[in-house]
Write a protein that binds this ligand. Sequence first.
Ligand code: C2O
Ligand code: CU
Ligand code: CU
Length: 451
Amino acid sequence: MGNDNPGNGTPVGGTLPIPELLEGKDVNGVLHYDLDIVNAQHSFFEGIQTATYAISGTYLGPTLLLKNGMDVSINYTNKLDVETTMHGHGMHVPGKMDGTAHQPIAVGARWSASYRVQQNACTNWYHPHYLHKTAPHVYQGLAGMIIIEDSESQALDIPKRYGIDDIPLVLQDRFFSADKTQLDYSPSNMQLSNGYIGDTFITNGAIEPTFDAEAKEIRFRLLNGSNSTVYELGFSNGKNFRQIASDNAFLEKPVNMNRIILSPGERAEIVVDFTDDTGASLRLEEYRYSKTFLKININKNATAVTSLPAQLTTLDPVATPTNSRQFRLGMAGMGVFTINDKTMDMNRIDAALSQGDVEEWEVINDMGVDHNFHIHGTHFRVVSRNGSTAQVLENEKGYKDVVYLPANETLKFIVEIPADGVTADSNNPYMFHCHFLEHEDNGMMGQFTVS
Ligand code: C2O
Ligand code: CU
Ligand code: CU
């Protein structure tokens, strides 16, 4: 629990904080979301203020609600005393709106990600992407969710009352200083090849908070918002749930399961049916580290009923690639991470793609440690793991933008660049990288263009 020092505060716990839902302010047909990136103080422990970074709040940021087809302008004002950036993870936006290290937000400056939303319903998120500093900036609290809706998501009979039966869960882990006034990102806690794995697990910025649920289907939007920790999640009573969406879209059909593994940056929307559980209490647990993320009491009557359909969407068949590339994850000496023996260089373009391209990317992790792989600007379909199509999990068969690569595994996925989609030139390229933030910050990242 990170509270091994009695007298230094008990976790606030309390009711699960639900980030405010921002729908945008209409300015001449463009929805504006005005966000301040600030230094703040947050109460993780009773009577103690912990120094944080936050977005228009005290830790993390509001949830942005976007709709497919709308024009938006997400306006970030940097009120920190350091330069940072803000990336829309999972967003299919032009390179210059991507919020990477190529679009820094100077101290005191405002930067806008302005674009037309052109993608299907999903759960995305935003976080800094500053060269060599993504990990510490996220660690201090900079992240928030983005919910995209479309006509399909609005029509489905699924839980969609935000904060009532549609619940965002930003899952993280942190170390705190002994007096709990700081989030502790000191090098002494860094595991050389694994990165930063905290001892205190937090959910929407609270330590083991409680959610009072209606006795009905509840949808949880799970985000692994950690720096480097792979979570294996499930309910304490072993209860089954159904995954309805992977990173970037609905799955065709709900996938029944009782454990789900999420590596850093991955999202999953799950629906768990508490209809017959009135009076029950259970926990959302993390099984690799034996931690509790959330306590759940089913103590409210359903005020509206939903019934998850058997079919959620229809996905296009996986396209046939016309080109292939290989990416080998590696290290070049102490703490220098590489892809194809090269460490990240903002002036080097590693791959030039064109609109309409379909490519097979093979990512090889022959190291003894875990990694994952994330792509900007688009998404992909996983087609094989370790050379076998049978090893691709049922819940990996939708659109993803981050995929887990445990030690010594290889996978292949198909990247489709839409013929009429967004582009990125060499001044504002997209990135691909390991989303273990300490690996990313230390070089396990490359850049590509789409023309
Ligand atoms: Cu979530 Cu390139 O990042
Ligand atoms: Cu991203
Ligand atoms: Cu990695």
